[in-house]
Design a protein around this ligand. Structure first.
Ligand code: FAD
Length: 477
Protein backbone atom coordinates (compact mmCIF):
# COMPACT_ATOMS: atom_id res chain seq x y z
CA UNK A 1 0.00 0.00 0.00
CA UNK A 2 1.42 3.43 -0.91
CA UNK A 3 1.82 5.88 1.98
CA UNK A 4 -0.90 8.03 0.34
CA UNK A 5 -3.53 5.27 0.36
CA UNK A 6 -6.14 6.10 3.00
CA UNK A 7 -5.53 3.42 5.59
CA UNK A 8 -8.41 3.62 8.00
CA UNK A 9 -12.14 3.99 7.69
CA UNK A 10 -13.91 5.39 10.72
CA UNK A 11 -17.52 5.06 11.81
CA UNK A 12 -20.08 2.42 12.74
CA UNK A 13 -22.12 0.98 9.87
CA UNK A 14 -25.88 1.40 10.18
CA UNK A 15 -25.90 4.65 12.13
CA UNK A 16 -26.49 8.06 10.62
CA UNK A 17 -23.16 9.81 10.49
CA UNK A 18 -22.60 13.51 9.81
CA UNK A 19 -19.18 15.06 9.48
CA UNK A 20 -18.85 18.69 10.52
CA UNK A 21 -15.69 20.22 9.08
CA UNK A 22 -14.33 23.04 11.26
CA UNK A 23 -14.48 23.34 15.04
CA UNK A 24 -15.13 27.08 15.29
CA UNK A 25 -18.35 28.39 16.82
CA UNK A 26 -20.26 27.69 13.59
CA UNK A 27 -19.22 24.05 13.56
CA UNK A 28 -19.96 23.62 17.25
CA UNK A 29 -23.39 25.26 16.99
CA UNK A 30 -24.12 23.03 14.00
CA UNK A 31 -23.02 19.88 15.86
CA UNK A 32 -25.23 20.88 18.79
CA UNK A 33 -28.25 21.36 16.54
CA UNK A 34 -27.54 18.10 14.68
CA UNK A 35 -27.59 16.24 17.99
CA UNK A 36 -30.97 17.76 18.83
CA UNK A 37 -32.37 16.88 15.40
CA UNK A 38 -30.82 13.46 14.80
CA UNK A 39 -31.10 12.03 18.29
CA UNK A 40 -28.71 10.22 20.61
CA UNK A 41 -27.71 7.44 18.20
CA UNK A 42 -26.40 9.60 15.39
CA UNK A 43 -22.65 9.81 14.99
CA UNK A 44 -21.60 13.43 14.75
CA UNK A 45 -17.94 13.92 14.04
CA UNK A 46 -16.24 17.32 14.16
CA UNK A 47 -12.94 17.44 12.25
CA UNK A 48 -10.79 20.40 13.27
CA UNK A 49 -7.40 20.96 11.72
CA UNK A 50 -5.83 22.82 14.62
CA UNK A 51 -5.05 21.54 18.08
CA UNK A 52 -8.01 23.31 19.73
CA UNK A 53 -11.67 24.08 19.17
CA UNK A 54 -12.95 27.64 18.88
CA UNK A 55 -11.33 29.06 15.72
CA UNK A 56 -11.46 32.83 16.15
CA UNK A 57 -12.65 32.40 19.72
CA UNK A 58 -9.65 31.87 21.96
CA UNK A 59 -9.54 32.82 25.64
CA UNK A 60 -6.18 32.79 27.40
CA UNK A 61 -5.00 33.43 30.91
CA UNK A 62 -3.44 36.89 30.79
CA UNK A 63 -2.27 38.76 33.89
CA UNK A 64 -4.38 36.35 35.91
CA UNK A 65 -7.59 37.09 34.00
CA UNK A 66 -9.40 35.22 31.24
CA UNK A 67 -8.75 37.50 28.30
CA UNK A 68 -9.89 37.05 24.72
CA UNK A 69 -7.23 37.04 22.03
CA UNK A 70 -9.87 37.05 19.28
CA UNK A 71 -13.60 37.68 19.55
CA UNK A 72 -14.60 39.24 22.86
CA UNK A 73 -18.35 39.82 22.79
CA UNK A 74 -21.63 38.33 21.66
CA UNK A 75 -24.24 40.47 20.04
CA UNK A 76 -27.12 40.16 22.50
CA UNK A 77 -29.44 42.36 20.45
CA UNK A 78 -30.14 39.26 18.34
CA UNK A 79 -31.02 36.06 20.11
CA UNK A 80 -28.93 33.21 18.69
CA UNK A 81 -25.64 33.43 20.61
CA UNK A 82 -27.13 34.20 24.03
CA UNK A 83 -29.80 31.54 23.46
CA UNK A 84 -27.08 29.01 22.71
CA UNK A 85 -25.22 30.03 25.89
CA UNK A 86 -28.39 29.46 27.93
CA UNK A 87 -29.13 26.14 26.21
CA UNK A 88 -25.68 24.78 27.05
CA UNK A 89 -25.93 25.80 30.69
CA UNK A 90 -24.12 29.14 30.65
CA UNK A 91 -27.14 31.37 31.27
CA UNK A 92 -25.83 32.38 34.70
CA UNK A 93 -22.39 33.09 33.28
CA UNK A 94 -23.61 35.71 30.80
CA UNK A 95 -22.21 39.09 31.74
CA UNK A 96 -22.74 42.50 30.22
CA UNK A 97 -20.53 45.51 29.52
CA UNK A 98 -20.49 48.60 31.72
CA UNK A 99 -22.41 51.67 30.61
CA UNK A 100 -19.14 53.34 29.51
CA UNK A 101 -19.12 54.45 25.89
CA UNK A 102 -16.30 54.32 23.34
CA UNK A 103 -14.69 57.57 22.18
CA UNK A 104 -13.49 58.72 18.81
CA UNK A 105 -9.83 59.69 18.64
CA UNK A 106 -9.48 62.68 16.32
CA UNK A 107 -6.62 65.14 16.10
CA UNK A 108 -4.98 63.78 19.27
CA UNK A 109 -8.14 64.14 21.35
CA UNK A 110 -10.72 61.68 22.57
CA UNK A 111 -14.17 63.00 21.80
CA UNK A 112 -17.58 61.46 22.49
CA UNK A 113 -18.77 59.09 19.81
CA UNK A 114 -22.16 60.53 18.86
CA UNK A 115 -25.29 58.65 19.86
CA UNK A 116 -28.33 57.90 17.67
CA UNK A 117 -26.51 56.31 14.75
CA UNK A 118 -26.45 52.95 13.04
CA UNK A 119 -22.86 51.84 12.43
CA UNK A 120 -21.97 55.54 12.32
CA UNK A 121 -24.80 56.57 10.00
CA UNK A 122 -26.98 59.15 11.77
CA UNK A 123 -30.77 59.12 11.88
CA UNK A 124 -30.52 62.92 12.05
CA UNK A 125 -27.49 64.89 10.74
CA UNK A 126 -27.65 67.08 13.87
CA UNK A 127 -26.76 64.01 16.00
CA UNK A 128 -23.25 63.86 14.56
CA UNK A 129 -22.66 67.58 13.97
CA UNK A 130 -19.99 67.72 16.72
CA UNK A 131 -17.63 65.45 14.75
CA UNK A 132 -18.77 65.41 11.14
CA UNK A 133 -20.40 67.79 8.74
CA UNK A 134 -23.39 65.76 7.54
CA UNK A 135 -25.40 67.63 4.97
CA UNK A 136 -27.98 65.37 3.46
CA UNK A 137 -27.90 65.60 -0.35
CA UNK A 138 -31.22 66.25 -2.14
CA UNK A 139 -33.01 63.07 -3.14
CA UNK A 140 -35.21 62.30 -6.14
CA UNK A 141 -38.03 60.83 -4.06
CA UNK A 142 -37.30 57.29 -5.21
CA UNK A 143 -36.19 54.54 -2.81
CA UNK A 144 -32.39 54.36 -2.56
CA UNK A 145 -32.22 50.63 -3.36
CA UNK A 146 -34.29 48.66 -5.85
CA UNK A 147 -35.59 45.40 -4.40
CA UNK A 148 -32.67 42.98 -4.06
CA UNK A 149 -30.13 45.52 -5.37
CA UNK A 150 -26.89 46.24 -3.51
CA UNK A 151 -24.16 48.87 -3.32
CA UNK A 152 -21.07 49.54 -1.23
CA UNK A 153 -21.40 51.23 2.14
CA UNK A 154 -18.85 53.80 0.96
CA UNK A 155 -20.85 54.76 -2.14
CA UNK A 156 -24.08 54.94 -0.14
CA UNK A 157 -22.84 57.15 2.68
CA UNK A 158 -20.57 59.37 0.60
CA UNK A 159 -23.30 60.11 -1.95
CA UNK A 160 -25.98 60.85 0.67
CA UNK A 161 -24.17 62.36 3.65
CA UNK A 162 -20.67 63.22 2.48
CA UNK A 163 -17.08 62.17 3.15
CA UNK A 164 -16.82 63.21 6.79
CA UNK A 165 -19.61 60.96 8.03
CA UNK A 166 -18.07 58.10 6.09
CA UNK A 167 -14.44 58.67 7.10
CA UNK A 168 -14.92 59.77 10.70
CA UNK A 169 -17.82 57.61 11.83
CA UNK A 170 -18.86 54.81 9.50
CA UNK A 171 -15.39 53.60 8.43
CA UNK A 172 -14.04 53.38 12.02
CA UNK A 173 -17.18 51.56 13.18
CA UNK A 174 -17.09 49.05 10.34
CA UNK A 175 -13.28 48.89 10.57
CA UNK A 176 -13.69 47.63 14.13
CA UNK A 177 -15.75 44.69 12.87
CA UNK A 178 -14.40 43.92 9.39
CA UNK A 179 -11.02 45.71 9.23
CA UNK A 180 -12.29 46.36 5.72
CA UNK A 181 -12.53 48.97 3.02
CA UNK A 182 -15.95 50.64 3.16
CA UNK A 183 -15.91 51.10 -0.60
CA UNK A 184 -15.81 47.32 -1.00
CA UNK A 185 -18.27 46.28 1.70
CA UNK A 186 -21.82 45.39 0.71
CA UNK A 187 -24.65 47.27 2.43
CA UNK A 188 -26.91 44.26 2.05
CA UNK A 189 -24.40 41.92 3.69
CA UNK A 190 -23.14 44.10 6.53
CA UNK A 191 -26.37 46.01 7.28
CA UNK A 192 -29.23 43.85 5.96
CA UNK A 193 -31.84 45.68 8.02
CA UNK A 194 -30.73 48.99 6.54
CA UNK A 195 -30.74 47.54 3.02
CA UNK A 196 -34.36 46.47 3.53
CA UNK A 197 -35.28 49.96 4.80
CA UNK A 198 -33.51 51.57 1.81
CA UNK A 199 -36.02 49.82 -0.45
CA UNK A 200 -38.70 52.02 1.18
CA UNK A 201 -36.87 55.31 1.73
CA UNK A 202 -35.44 58.01 -0.48
CA UNK A 203 -33.40 59.45 2.40
CA UNK A 204 -30.68 57.56 4.19
CA UNK A 205 -31.35 59.32 7.50
CA UNK A 206 -35.03 58.39 7.33
CA UNK A 207 -34.16 54.73 6.80
CA UNK A 208 -31.82 54.82 9.81
CA UNK A 209 -34.35 56.73 11.94
CA UNK A 210 -36.99 54.12 11.14
CA UNK A 211 -34.71 51.33 12.34
CA UNK A 212 -33.61 53.23 15.45
CA UNK A 213 -37.20 54.05 16.47
CA UNK A 214 -37.89 52.09 19.66
CA UNK A 215 -40.13 49.09 19.08
CA UNK A 216 -43.29 48.97 21.17
CA UNK A 217 -42.59 47.30 24.53
CA UNK A 218 -43.36 43.59 24.61
CA UNK A 219 -43.09 40.75 27.11
CA UNK A 220 -39.75 39.85 25.49
CA UNK A 221 -38.26 43.03 26.90
CA UNK A 222 -38.37 41.72 30.45
CA UNK A 223 -34.76 41.92 31.72
CA UNK A 224 -32.85 38.63 32.03
CA UNK A 225 -31.31 37.85 35.41
CA UNK A 226 -28.12 39.88 35.80
CA UNK A 227 -28.74 41.88 32.63
CA UNK A 228 -28.71 45.68 32.76
CA UNK A 229 -31.98 47.57 32.43
CA UNK A 230 -33.21 47.80 28.84
CA UNK A 231 -32.18 45.29 26.24
CA UNK A 232 -28.40 44.77 26.39
CA UNK A 233 -26.73 45.03 23.01
CA UNK A 234 -23.65 42.95 23.89
CA UNK A 235 -22.76 40.21 26.34
CA UNK A 236 -19.91 37.83 27.01
CA UNK A 237 -19.27 34.79 29.17
CA UNK A 238 -17.67 35.14 32.58
CA UNK A 239 -14.52 33.05 32.37
CA UNK A 240 -14.18 33.61 28.63
CA UNK A 241 -15.88 32.70 25.37
CA UNK A 242 -13.91 29.42 25.27
CA UNK A 243 -16.50 28.25 27.79
CA UNK A 244 -19.22 28.70 25.18
CA UNK A 245 -17.25 26.54 22.77
CA UNK A 246 -16.50 23.76 25.25
CA UNK A 247 -20.01 23.75 26.74
CA UNK A 248 -21.52 23.57 23.24
CA UNK A 249 -19.15 20.76 22.34
CA UNK A 250 -20.07 18.83 25.49
CA UNK A 251 -23.80 19.31 24.90
CA UNK A 252 -23.41 18.17 21.27
CA UNK A 253 -21.80 14.91 22.40
CA UNK A 254 -19.87 14.88 19.15
CA UNK A 255 -16.72 12.95 18.44
CA UNK A 256 -14.10 15.68 18.25
CA UNK A 257 -11.09 14.99 16.05
CA UNK A 258 -8.43 17.64 16.64
CA UNK A 259 -5.43 17.98 14.34
CA UNK A 260 -7.58 16.55 11.55
CA UNK A 261 -7.45 18.52 8.31
CA UNK A 262 -10.13 17.55 5.82
CA UNK A 263 -8.48 17.49 2.40
CA UNK A 264 -10.89 16.02 -0.09
CA UNK A 265 -14.60 15.34 -0.48
CA UNK A 266 -16.01 12.69 -2.81
CA UNK A 267 -19.66 12.09 -3.42
CA UNK A 268 -20.69 8.41 -3.51
CA UNK A 269 -24.08 6.83 -4.30
CA UNK A 270 -24.60 6.47 -0.54
CA UNK A 271 -23.24 9.74 0.81
CA UNK A 272 -19.73 11.10 1.16
CA UNK A 273 -16.19 9.86 1.38
CA UNK A 274 -13.82 12.25 3.00
CA UNK A 275 -10.05 12.14 3.00
CA UNK A 276 -8.64 13.69 6.12
CA UNK A 277 -5.69 13.69 8.48
CA UNK A 278 -1.97 14.14 7.87
CA UNK A 279 -0.75 13.77 4.27
CA UNK A 280 1.58 10.81 5.02
CA UNK A 281 -1.10 8.98 7.00
CA UNK A 282 -4.53 9.97 5.68
CA UNK A 283 -7.76 8.40 6.80
CA UNK A 284 -11.02 7.93 4.97
CA UNK A 285 -14.23 8.88 6.73
CA UNK A 286 -17.56 7.87 5.25
CA UNK A 287 -20.55 9.99 6.16
CA UNK A 288 -24.17 10.42 5.16
CA UNK A 289 -23.75 14.17 5.14
CA UNK A 290 -21.04 16.82 5.41
CA UNK A 291 -21.40 20.31 6.86
CA UNK A 292 -18.62 22.71 5.92
CA UNK A 293 -18.00 25.32 8.65
CA UNK A 294 -14.59 26.53 7.50
CA UNK A 295 -13.35 29.82 6.00
CA UNK A 296 -13.99 30.51 2.32
CA UNK A 297 -10.64 29.32 0.96
CA UNK A 298 -10.65 25.78 2.41
CA UNK A 299 -14.39 25.51 1.68
CA UNK A 300 -13.75 26.44 -1.96
CA UNK A 301 -10.90 23.94 -2.22
CA UNK A 302 -13.04 21.14 -0.81
CA UNK A 303 -15.92 21.94 -3.17
CA UNK A 304 -13.83 22.46 -6.30
CA UNK A 305 -14.64 19.03 -7.76
CA UNK A 306 -18.05 18.71 -6.11
CA UNK A 307 -19.71 21.92 -7.28
CA UNK A 308 -17.46 24.39 -9.14
CA UNK A 309 -20.08 27.18 -9.05
CA UNK A 310 -20.20 27.13 -5.27
CA UNK A 311 -16.42 26.87 -5.10
CA UNK A 312 -16.05 29.90 -7.39
CA UNK A 313 -18.40 32.04 -5.29
CA UNK A 314 -16.49 31.13 -2.13
CA UNK A 315 -13.06 31.72 -3.60
CA UNK A 316 -14.15 35.28 -4.44
CA UNK A 317 -14.49 36.19 -0.75
CA UNK A 318 -11.45 38.27 0.28
CA UNK A 319 -10.14 38.33 3.85
CA UNK A 320 -8.53 41.06 5.96
CA UNK A 321 -5.89 40.47 8.63
CA UNK A 322 -5.53 42.07 12.05
CA UNK A 323 -3.02 42.01 14.87
CA UNK A 324 -4.06 42.49 18.48
CA UNK A 325 -1.84 43.65 21.31
CA UNK A 326 -2.94 43.11 24.90
CA UNK A 327 -1.36 45.02 27.77
CA UNK A 328 -1.85 44.70 31.52
CA UNK A 329 -0.96 47.76 33.59
CA UNK A 330 -0.69 48.25 37.31
CA UNK A 331 -1.93 51.57 38.60
CA UNK A 332 -2.77 53.46 35.49
CA UNK A 333 -5.53 55.98 35.01
CA UNK A 334 -7.53 55.55 31.85
CA UNK A 335 -10.28 57.86 30.61
CA UNK A 336 -13.71 56.73 31.84
CA UNK A 337 -14.57 55.17 28.50
CA UNK A 338 -14.80 51.66 27.14
CA UNK A 339 -12.11 52.42 24.55
CA UNK A 340 -11.78 54.35 21.33
CA UNK A 341 -11.91 54.08 17.57
CA UNK A 342 -9.86 56.18 15.20
CA UNK A 343 -10.39 57.06 11.52
CA UNK A 344 -7.80 55.87 8.98
CA UNK A 345 -7.30 59.55 8.04
CA UNK A 346 -5.50 60.02 11.39
CA UNK A 347 -2.64 58.01 9.85
CA UNK A 348 -2.16 55.64 12.79
CA UNK A 349 -1.46 51.92 12.84
CA UNK A 350 -3.71 51.51 15.87
CA UNK A 351 -7.32 51.59 14.68
CA UNK A 352 -9.09 50.85 17.94
CA UNK A 353 -8.50 50.09 21.59
CA UNK A 354 -10.70 48.47 24.20
CA UNK A 355 -10.16 49.28 27.87
CA UNK A 356 -11.21 45.72 28.63
CA UNK A 357 -11.22 45.94 32.41
CA UNK A 358 -13.40 49.07 32.27
CA UNK A 359 -15.68 47.76 29.57
CA UNK A 360 -16.21 44.40 31.29
CA UNK A 361 -16.80 44.83 35.03
CA UNK A 362 -16.41 41.07 35.64
CA UNK A 363 -12.69 41.37 34.78
CA UNK A 364 -12.16 43.73 37.73
CA UNK A 365 -9.97 46.85 37.69
CA UNK A 366 -7.19 45.64 39.98
CA UNK A 367 -5.13 45.57 36.81
CA UNK A 368 -6.08 47.57 33.76
CA UNK A 369 -6.21 45.42 30.65
CA UNK A 370 -6.14 47.19 27.30
CA UNK A 371 -6.60 45.49 23.94
CA UNK A 372 -5.27 47.34 20.92
CA UNK A 373 -6.27 46.47 17.39
CA UNK A 374 -4.04 47.12 14.38
CA UNK A 375 -4.41 46.54 10.66
CA UNK A 376 -6.90 47.23 7.95
CA UNK A 377 -7.53 45.55 4.61
CA UNK A 378 -4.35 45.86 2.52
CA UNK A 379 -2.07 46.24 5.55
CA UNK A 380 -1.18 42.54 5.77
CA UNK A 381 2.56 43.38 5.85
CA UNK A 382 2.01 44.64 9.38
CA UNK A 383 1.67 41.07 10.58
CA UNK A 384 5.25 40.36 9.47
CA UNK A 385 6.71 42.60 12.18
CA UNK A 386 8.00 40.79 15.24
CA UNK A 387 6.09 40.88 18.51
CA UNK A 388 8.40 43.43 20.14
CA UNK A 389 7.98 45.90 17.26
CA UNK A 390 4.20 45.52 17.18
CA UNK A 391 3.94 45.91 20.96
CA UNK A 392 6.19 48.98 20.90
CA UNK A 393 4.14 50.59 18.11
CA UNK A 394 0.87 49.80 19.88
CA UNK A 395 2.11 51.20 23.19
CA UNK A 396 3.54 54.38 21.67
CA UNK A 397 0.40 55.10 19.66
CA UNK A 398 -1.82 54.28 22.61
CA UNK A 399 0.05 56.98 24.53
CA UNK A 400 -0.45 59.42 21.64
CA UNK A 401 -4.19 58.74 21.58
CA UNK A 402 -4.41 59.15 25.36
CA UNK A 403 -2.22 62.25 25.41
CA UNK A 404 0.45 60.89 27.76
CA UNK A 405 3.24 58.33 27.78
CA UNK A 406 2.24 55.01 29.25
CA UNK A 407 4.24 53.07 31.84
CA UNK A 408 5.76 49.68 31.04
CA UNK A 409 3.03 47.07 31.10
CA UNK A 410 3.37 44.22 33.59
CA UNK A 411 2.38 41.79 30.88
CA UNK A 412 1.90 42.00 27.13
CA UNK A 413 1.09 39.70 24.25
CA UNK A 414 0.59 39.91 20.51
CA UNK A 415 -1.87 37.81 18.53
CA UNK A 416 -1.94 37.73 14.75
CA UNK A 417 -5.13 36.87 12.95
CA UNK A 418 -3.97 36.53 9.36
CA UNK A 419 -6.73 36.32 6.74
CA UNK A 420 -9.39 36.16 9.42
CA UNK A 421 -12.13 38.63 8.59
CA UNK A 422 -14.24 37.99 5.46
CA UNK A 423 -15.04 40.98 3.29
CA UNK A 424 -18.48 40.86 1.74
CA UNK A 425 -18.36 42.83 -1.46
CA UNK A 426 -21.56 44.21 -3.07
CA UNK A 427 -23.70 41.34 -4.35
CA UNK A 428 -22.34 38.87 -1.75
CA UNK A 429 -25.75 37.72 -0.40
CA UNK A 430 -27.05 37.06 -3.94
CA UNK A 431 -23.87 35.19 -4.94
CA UNK A 432 -24.05 33.04 -1.81
CA UNK A 433 -27.75 32.32 -2.41
CA UNK A 434 -26.89 31.14 -5.95
CA UNK A 435 -23.95 29.12 -4.62
CA UNK A 436 -26.26 27.39 -2.15
CA UNK A 437 -28.83 26.71 -4.85
CA UNK A 438 -26.16 24.97 -6.95
CA UNK A 439 -24.98 22.97 -3.93
CA UNK A 440 -28.53 21.87 -3.16
CA UNK A 441 -28.36 19.53 -6.18
CA UNK A 442 -25.92 17.44 -4.17
CA UNK A 443 -27.50 15.44 -1.39
CA UNK A 444 -26.36 15.94 2.19
CA UNK A 445 -23.95 18.84 2.00
CA UNK A 446 -24.22 22.36 3.36
CA UNK A 447 -22.02 25.41 3.90
CA UNK A 448 -22.11 27.70 6.92
CA UNK A 449 -20.13 30.22 8.89
CA UNK A 450 -18.53 33.62 8.75
CA UNK A 451 -17.45 33.11 5.14
CA UNK A 452 -21.04 33.17 3.97
CA UNK A 453 -23.53 34.51 6.53
CA UNK A 454 -21.89 37.23 8.65
CA UNK A 455 -18.83 37.65 10.86
CA UNK A 456 -20.53 38.05 14.23
CA UNK A 457 -20.71 35.06 16.57
CA UNK A 458 -24.51 35.33 16.70
CA UNK A 459 -24.65 35.24 12.89
CA UNK A 460 -22.31 32.22 12.88
CA UNK A 461 -24.47 30.37 15.42
CA UNK A 462 -27.55 31.08 13.30
CA UNK A 463 -25.73 29.95 10.18
CA UNK A 464 -24.49 26.71 11.74
CA UNK A 465 -27.93 25.89 13.05
CA UNK A 466 -29.62 26.59 9.74
CA UNK A 467 -27.17 24.36 7.87
CA UNK A 468 -27.70 21.61 10.46
CA UNK A 469 -31.46 21.90 9.96
CA UNK A 470 -31.03 21.67 6.19
CA UNK A 471 -28.98 18.50 6.56
CA UNK A 472 -31.38 16.96 9.09
CA UNK A 473 -34.32 17.72 6.77
CA UNK A 474 -32.53 16.14 3.81
CA UNK A 475 -31.59 13.05 5.81
CA UNK A 476 -35.17 12.71 7.03
CA UNK A 477 -36.34 12.65 3.41
C1 FAD B 1 -9.60 39.48 16.11
C2 FAD B 1 -11.04 39.18 15.95
C3 FAD B 1 -11.98 39.75 16.80
C4 FAD B 1 -13.33 39.44 16.67
N1 FAD B 1 -14.22 39.99 17.55
C5 FAD B 1 -15.51 39.60 17.50
C6 FAD B 1 -16.42 39.99 18.53
O1 FAD B 1 -16.05 40.65 19.51
N2 FAD B 1 -17.71 39.58 18.42
C7 FAD B 1 -18.15 38.80 17.39
O2 FAD B 1 -19.34 38.46 17.36
N3 FAD B 1 -17.30 38.39 16.42
C8 FAD B 1 -16.00 38.75 16.47
N4 FAD B 1 -15.13 38.31 15.52
C9 FAD B 1 -15.63 37.46 14.43
C10 FAD B 1 -15.92 36.03 14.90
O3 FAD B 1 -15.03 35.66 15.91
C11 FAD B 1 -15.77 35.04 13.76
O4 FAD B 1 -16.42 35.50 12.59
C12 FAD B 1 -16.36 33.69 14.13
O5 FAD B 1 -15.82 33.24 15.37
C13 FAD B 1 -16.07 32.71 13.00
O6 FAD B 1 -16.54 31.45 13.36
P1 FAD B 1 -16.51 30.25 12.32
O7 FAD B 1 -16.77 29.01 13.10
O8 FAD B 1 -17.40 30.54 11.18
O9 FAD B 1 -15.04 30.23 11.72
P2 FAD B 1 -13.65 30.00 12.45
O10 FAD B 1 -13.67 30.50 13.82
O11 FAD B 1 -12.65 30.50 11.49
O12 FAD B 1 -13.56 28.41 12.53
C14 FAD B 1 -13.26 27.62 11.41
C15 FAD B 1 -12.45 26.43 11.88
O13 FAD B 1 -12.22 25.58 10.75
C16 FAD B 1 -10.93 25.02 10.89
N5 FAD B 1 -10.52 24.54 9.55
C17 FAD B 1 -10.17 25.28 8.47
N6 FAD B 1 -9.92 24.46 7.42
C18 FAD B 1 -10.11 23.19 7.84
C19 FAD B 1 -10.02 21.91 7.22
N7 FAD B 1 -9.69 21.77 5.92
N8 FAD B 1 -10.28 20.80 7.96
C20 FAD B 1 -10.63 20.90 9.27
N9 FAD B 1 -10.74 22.10 9.91
C21 FAD B 1 -10.49 23.23 9.21
C22 FAD B 1 -10.11 26.18 11.43
O14 FAD B 1 -8.92 25.70 12.04
C23 FAD B 1 -11.08 26.82 12.41
O15 FAD B 1 -10.93 26.32 13.72
C24 FAD B 1 -13.76 38.58 15.64
C25 FAD B 1 -12.83 38.01 14.76
C26 FAD B 1 -11.48 38.30 14.92
C27 FAD B 1 -10.49 37.66 14.00
Amino acid sequence: MSPMTPARVTGTPGRTRVLVVGGGITGMAAAHRLRARLGPDAEIIVAEQSARLGGKIHTVDFAGRPVETGAESLLAARPEAVDLAREVGLGDALVYPSALKPALSIGGELVDFPAGHMMGIPGDPADVAAVADAKERPDDGRPILEPGADMSVGALVRSRLGDEVLDRLVAPMLGGVYAGDVDRLSVRAVMPQLAAALERHARLTEAVAEIKRPAPASGDDAPQAGAPRGKPVFATVDGGLNRLVTATSAAARAEIRLGMTVRELRQTPYGWEVIAGPVPDPIKITADAVLLAVPAKPAAQLLRDVEPQTAAALSGVAYASVALAAFAFDQIELPERSGFLTPASEGKTVKAATFASQKWPHLGRRRQIVRVSMGRLGEEALLQYDDATLAKTALRELGEHLGHRLPEPVEQRIDRWGGSLPQYSPGHPARIAAAREALAFHRGIAIAGAAVDGVGIAACVASGRKAADEIADRLAR
